[in-house]
Design a protein around this ligand. Sequence first.
Ligand code: SF4
Length: 371
Amino acid sequence: MRYVDEFRDPSLIRQAAAEVRRLAHPDRHYRIMEVCGGHTHAIYRFALEELLPSNIELIHGPGCPVCVLPMGRIDDALAVAEREGAILTAFGDVMRVPGRGGTPLAHRARGADVRMVYSPLDALKLAESERDRHVIFFAIGFETTAPSTALTVQRARAREVGNFSVFANHVTIIPAIRAILDSPDMRLDGFIGPGHVSTVIGCRPYGFVADDHRKPIVVSGFEPLDVLQSIVMILRQLGDGRSAVENQYGRAVPWDGNAAALRAMADVFELRPYFEWRGLGFISQSALRIRADYARWDTERRFDIAGVRVTDPMAAQCGEVLKGVLKPHQCKLFGTECTPERPVGALMVSSEGACAAYHTYAIRRTRAGVR
Ligand code: SF4
């Protein structure tokens, strides 16, 4: 398959891994963060850490939107879903995220009308076919999914679908990277930049990473060769004493992003003054809310949202894993009380969550006797 097979070619992968070993200075320890959960998934799936020398440490970043969602947002959405005539719609992974009162799936089992959809347009179509009900779409994701939500809201207005609204939980990646760089306990040498988000925002917004913080950042694809090439590019910059934004994923990421997607987002959304991220706390201007022009399609303006705040269970160490301080298997609940079948934290829910990816692939390899 074009753009897949050549990026999984074993001989090219071996060459890239050899180049990583050649470039990594034996007296230095490198801490490189992969910002995006898609990269975390690829790293575990293809056992890429096994190909790296021991002095290269990959730190999992906050780029899994389900993982950074605070529990209270689930409870807020479920409270709206319990209203007479309401239908709550959400993507499949959100259905399994625990709130204080259980997951959306558990609420459905208790009688609430909670339905899984594959896109916001599915939710809008449902609203058009159920005119006497109010359909709420639980919108989640970075700039990758925000444009499709924005286009759906525009379409709802164009078609005058008044029984549809969006509970917006979209977050933006740049403030999160900034918060990580400003964190005193975060020592990083470089970043594997997010690929999906960058198809929308492009590469320019990462300039501050290289210019102000003097760290290399390489926007990367998701195949094994992509990730290894990105590490090579980071090591080359470090070896040369440079810091720049580079684009390894040129086949999908335009340097200036996707103008049409950015226009739709700017029309429908504005930045919230602040938003809570699980594990990272409140980050200013890090999330999107629906503009007043589209108030009719904003769940938070149409309904009284409590703004529930819920702390994680005491033993759960999701925050430390999200900040890269702990590896997934170092959490006290990993693999015992917290598993993909019975997740305690959201990192065990989404396939992009570090705990779910580690559990799925590392344990499978261990059982198969593969190092
Ligand atoms: S194992 Fe579960 S509780 Fe522990 S960090 Fe991962 S998701 Fe959170």
